[in-house]
Design a protein around this ligand. Structure first.
Ligand SMILES: [Zn+2]
Length: 388
């Protein structure tokens, strides 16, 4: 099984300059090959990543001598990736490849003959040993490494073909999970996971730095400095959140056999500017991604409720749907059965029921919950994104 471990690097100045250069060369090669691909295709030829790699090799010494300053692997792998992007496009899995921009997803990759890993260091020819913040977690055959940048921090993601596999989840328990803003997650069995919110001081600093950035003159050195500071803080806050999500998803995937979650339409939400930040904060998409691969490794299962399933509006005891459920309502009493419900816990219980009924459906019986409603969608979103 292929598994990747992303590790923060602690390069010296010379090494980070080299990384930045290698990213530039990789980006240039990718964009060059994409432009060539289009041109050749229109001329009736049949470009491939292999032919483009040969063509670039033949001319780079003459035309782009600066490419030789970094490992030849960087441009080669970039073109290999372009080939994969085209494969994904032809298979209908992805959009047509687009040109890469400087500063956005800066990265370059190396094949396993181009580096070596030892304890907490990684060695690259002509560059020497680069310190890693932690050792490689998996044992096995090392396949490749991808170097990437976030703000001014460098990371390496090392892919290993490993037999290391987390223990299979033996527990068959079903759980529903409601992700919230005031509380990280509420589980249908009553477990409340508060999560450490990024410290208020960090958020205050974020506000202060954004204000200070907006006052700096465009093109000035101070603006560049302020921008860098702000980007660094964003990464720090994102790291805190990501760490938290990893803990939550590992716990869920290893303790429960079936996990019911909501389908939040992230794209739809991103269209709303005010919601975008809160959604980014919560990382719902990331939550689902982590949960899916972690359950995949452990043999447990994720069940995503229908997008229109009104998990907050239905009473989990008698299944009566409440007519209105204002955003501010954190708890309510069911008009039908009189049960007092806490909003998030009730939603989690409904998601658990959905998960149970869906696993039954898979066995041939049709007992899907009937309460779905388009109009509830907006309200559901708003209820989850009152974060300031
Ligand atoms: Zn009820």
């Amino acid at each position: 099984m292929l598994r990747s471990h992303k590790i923060r690097l602690a390069p010296n100045n010379k090494q980070s300059t080299y990384f930045a250069k290698a990213c530039g060369v990789a980006r240039f090669a990718f964009n060059w090959a994409l432009a060539e691909w289009k041109r050749q295709y229109e001329a009736g030829e049949k470009p491939t990543q292999a032919s483009l790699r040969r063509q670039l090799n033949a001319i780079k010494r003459e035309q782009f001598p600066w490419m030789l300053e970094v490992t030849k692997n960087a441009p080669q792998m970039a073109i290999v990736h372009l080939g994969q992007a085209f494969q994904n496009f032809f298979a209908g899995r992805a959009k047509y490849p687009t040109f890469k921009k400087k500063g956005i997803h800066d990265r370059f990759a190396l094949t396993n003959d181009q580096f070596a890993v030892s304890d907490k260091q990684i060695r690259i020819p002509n560059l020497g040993w680069v310190r890693m913040r932690e050792g490689l977690r998996f044992s096995g055959r090392i396949m490749s490494a991808t170097f990437s940048r976030k703000a001014d921090q460098w990371f390496v993601s090392i892919t290993v073909d490993t037999k290391d596999r987390p223990p299979t989840c033996e527990n068959q328990a079903v759980v529903g999970v409601d992700l919230g803003v005031n509380r990280l997650a509420t589980l249908s069995d009553g477990t409340l996971i508060q999560g450490t919110k990024p410290h208020k001081a960090l958020l205050n600093r974020l506000q202060r730095l954004s204000r200070s950035l907006s006052r700096k003159q465009k093109g000035s050195k101070n603006r560049v400095k302020a921008k860098r500071k702000l980007a660094r803080l964003h990464v720090r806050i994102a790291n805190i959140r990501n760490d938290e999500l990893h803990k939550l998803t590992t716990r869920l995937a290893s303790q429960y056999g079936v996990i019911g979650i909501e389908d939040l339409n992230v794209k739809g939400m991103m269209a709303n500017h005010h919601l975008a930040r809160a959604v980014g904060d919560m990382g719902f998409h990331e939550f689902r991604r982590q949960l899916e691969y972690k359950t995949g490794m452990r043999g447990s299962q994720v069940i995503v409720a229908d997008r229109w399933f009104a998990s907050s509006k239905i009473c989990s005891v008698c299944e009566t749907k409440q007519e209105s459920m204002p955003l501010s309502t954190r708890e309510w009493t069911c008009s039908e059965c009189g049960t007092h419900q806490e909003r998030d816990l009730n939603a989690a219980k409904n998601l658990m029921k959905w998960a149970v009924s869906s696993t039954v459906t898979a066995c041939g019986e049709d007992v899907r919950p009937a309460h779905t409603e388009a109009a509830s969608m907006k309200q559901e979103f708003n209820a989850k994104t009152t974060y300031v």
